[in-house]
Design a protein around this ligand. Structure first.
Ligand code: SF4
Length: 397
């Protein structure tokens, strides 16, 4: 009755909005563009502009390829993007509008690179939207090339920029590792052309990052890892160790970790024994669950909107996990589980605001916030937020 995931078009638009100077153009009624643009703007804290052909009823009945052609040219002339990603919506997928043909016929008339993605909302969920956009970009911009002279990686399936991505990039840079491309957050066309020069691909999304990583391995010989995103002290340590191991780099990561042990223990002393519910996407949920157990709290519920190939394997690797696990259930099931499992803290998103109020368990929004959660410093920050949420004293740690 109340879905917890959204449509393929949402995922496709979100992936495109990460790319530098790219415009998502939806061939569909204006509502798809308005609602998705509004939601992404609210979530990300910056205005997300989504172009649309704004189809009328007769367009949906008789087709509107001329309108699409005109809108592509208009977007190219007025916004001067490097890339326009043209996406179908439910309406144009149902009538079988050939957006690929329109793009081919229009490509000579515009300066932007044109990419098309079939993104009817009913086709699948947002995960496939992310994946198809990344695959289309790889097919368009990646060709065989010599490996980078410096150790380098690509991060595949990261759509959120901000503090976490900065932390990971800066930490890798200190270790002597270049990040050639983050697909798609903040990437340019040039970054994407450098993907095959990377020595290692790191999937940061268990749902959408694995297929592109496998494709890159098969076609360019680049190995990949599917480590949960580096949230938590131990998990971050293992992530950086894994990268350093693959790249055969000598770096004192254990010493760096040691500097945080005292702080970890102080957070632990504050939070030990607390019951916690995690409601999140799969890759983040696994990392957060491990962090909770690392702090000796008790994860009583882990709810994920969907899972990828490695999610359950990674979750099973969390030491001593005894939590109830839900996958793809609707909002009322999640709320009922939260009431039943009686957490004292919820790590979730805006959708858990109501149940947080009803149950009395404070909520930390780990889905949309811009505050730091990744790496050792992110673990300190998130630990302090948990203390603040539980004890109502942001200075308690
Ligand atoms: S489900 Fe269909 S109509 Fe609704 S936003 Fe997605 S593409 Fe548009």
């Amino acid at each position: 009755m109340g879905p917890v995931s959204t449509c393929k078009l949402f995922g496709a638009v979100r992936a495109v909005t990460g790319i530098k100077n790219a415009v998502p153009l939806i061939h569909g009624p204006r509502g798809c563009a308005y609602h998705i643009g509004y939601l992404l703007t609210a979530r990300g804290g910056r205005r997300i502009a989504v172009a649309s052909t704004e189809l009328s009823e007769s367009d949906v009945v008789f087709g509107a390829s001329e309108k699409l052609r005109d809108r592509i040219i208009e977007v190219d002339r007025t916004r001067k993007p490097d890339i326009i990603v043209i996406m179908s919506s439910c309406a144009t997928s149902i009538i079988g509008e050939d957006i690929g043909r329109v793009a081919d016929e229009t490509s000579e008339l515009v300066d932007a690179e044109l990419i098309t993605v079939s993104a009817g909302g009913f086709e699948s969920s947002q995960g496939e939207g992310y994946e198809e956009v990344m695959m289309a970009l790889i097919h368009k911009f990646c060709w065989r090339m010599e490996p980078s002279s410096k150790p380098s990686v690509n991060i595949i399936g990261e759509f959120r920029g901000g503090a976490d991505l900065r932390e990971v990039r800066e930490s890798l840079s200190l270790m002597g590792v270049d990040v050639n491309c983050v697909l798609t957050s903040g990437c340019s066309i040039r970054d994407m052309t450098m993907i095959p020069a990377g020595h290692l691909n790191c999937s940061f999304c268990d749902v959408s990052g694995i297929a592109p990583c496998r494709f890159l391995e098969e076609n360019f010989g680049t190995p990949f890892i599917h480590h949960p995103i580096p949230i938590g002290f131990s998990n971050s340590l293992r992530f950086y160790r894994e990268v350093l191991g693959y790249l055969n780099l000598d770096y004192p990561i254990n010493e760096e970790f040691s500097a945080f042990i005292e702080e970890r223990d102080r957070i632990r002393a504050e939070l030990e024994g607390l019951r916690v519910a995690v409601v999140s996407g799969p890759t983040r949920a696994v990392a957060l669950t491990e962090f909770i157990t690392e702090l000796r709290m008790k994860p009583v519920l882990v709810s994920m909107d969907m899972i990828g190939d490695y999610t359950l394997e990674n979750l099973r690797g969390v030491p001593g996990l005894r939590s109830e696990i839900l996958v793809g259930v609707d909002v009322s099931d999640i709320e009922e589980a939260i009431i039943r499992t009686e957490p004292e803290l919820i790590l979730g998103g805006l959708a858990e605001t109501r149940i947080s109020e009803v149950s009395g368990a404070p909520l930390i929004d780990v889905m949309h916030g811009s505050s730091l959660t990744a790496g050792f410093r992110g673990a300190v920050n998130l630990g302090a937020r948990m203390c603040g949420a539980v004890y109502g004293d942001h200075d308690c740690y």
